[in-house]
Write a protein that binds this ligand. Structure first.
Ligand code: 3PG
Length: 307
């Protein structure tokens, strides 16, 4: 009997866990749960006998991978797989997958929740501003970016996007204005929604020079990864520009300093919660479970990311 470990430091909604367990029950696999663990040693111990692993932002390091002697597949129930050591997987013949698009509506909705909370001054009764008519720049037009565009149009915002990996006509068919350079996007837009992955090219790429291009009363919304921000550059800019707000679903390393210095101009969620909805958990969790069964039963590697 195949053993599947669901290791989620930040657990799925109970309804999602039930749905996942049903998929494995039908396939006659055993489900093992490791939720809210507090130390990596618990994960290392839990992987020792398993054939498959489902994680969220949990870190699948080489240490974890090497401790899993029977492991054949890891599925990241979500989009970003910067938490998986892909080289370690490949060297041990382990297939790594993600579940693209399954949680992206939840992430996009949170971006708007953060924007609205911020421009209405934390709902404190004072006069705020509106989204309607403002320019939003979507930095990377992937699954989350597309949902951001759809929702932004509902707010009657002017929607722009920059993505060097997506053809202009792909963007423009959604009635979004495709921009040729990242600098131009930042120069044009009051709001920037960051939707880029964290990798060697993007780390610290959102820096002082780029952010300085943004117009007066700008808001940077980060539902991507903290690593893409050059925090020193951001702090320098926010020291110089009292009109600049930073909203992030991933607390920066310099969270305490930023909250002290900039108070209401920064907003950080308690824990990365873009994908923390029952719907997103069910979609991403079920996709992960089905991909595992399909891999073992049919050799399906469609969503493999370590090819
Ligand atoms: C993702 O990459 O899918 C999102 O950042 C959500 O991450 P989470 O599953 O840890 O909430």
């Amino acid at each position: 009997m195949k053993k599947v470990l669901i290791a989620t430091e930040k657990p799925f909604a109970p309804s999602a866990v039930d749905a996942l367990k049903k998929v494995f029950e039908l396939a006659e696999y055993k489900t093992i749960m490791l939720e809210k663990y507090t130390d990596k040693s618990q994960l290392i111990e839990a992987v020792s006998e398993i054939d498959a692993l489902i994680i969220r932002s949990d870190k699948a390091t080489s240490e974890v991978i090497n401790a899993a002697k029977n492991l054949k597949i890891i599925v990241r129930a979500g989009a970003g797989y910067d938490n998986i050591d892909l080289e370690a997987c490949t060297s041990k013949n382990i297939v790594a997958m993600n579940t693209p698009g399954q949680n992206s509506n939840a992430v996009a909705e949170l971006a708007f929740a953060m924007m609205l909370y911020s421009i209405r001054n934390g709902f404190n009764g004072t006069s705020g501003t509106e989204l309607r008519g403002k320019k939003i720049g979507i930095h990377a037009y992937g699954n989350v970016g597309k949902h951001i565009a759809r929702i932004a149009k509902g707010f009657e915002m002017q929607v722009y996007a920059f993505d060097p990996f997506v053809k202009k006509d792909e963007i423009e068919k959604d009635e979004v204005i495709a921009i040729d350079s990242v600098e131009e996007l930042y120069k044009k837009c009051h709001y920037i929604s960051l939707n880029i992955p964290a990798n060697e090219e993007t780390k610290k790429s959102i820096n002082y020079d780029l952010l300085s291009l943004m117009p007066a009363n700008s808001v940077l919304v980060n539902t991507a990864r903290k690593e893409v921000i050059d925090e020193e550059g951001l702090i320098k800019l926010m020291n110089e520009r009292q009109d600049f707000c930073y909203l992030s679903d991933i607390a920066p390393d310099k969270k305490v300093e930023m909250e002290e210095k900039f108070e209401s101009r920064v907003l950080f969620t308690a824990k990365k919660m873009g994908a923390q909805t029952a719907e997103a958990n069910i979609n991403a969790g079920l996709a992960a479970a089905e991909q595992i069964v399909s891999f073992f039963e049919k050799g399906d590697t469609k969503f493999q990311v370590n090819k």
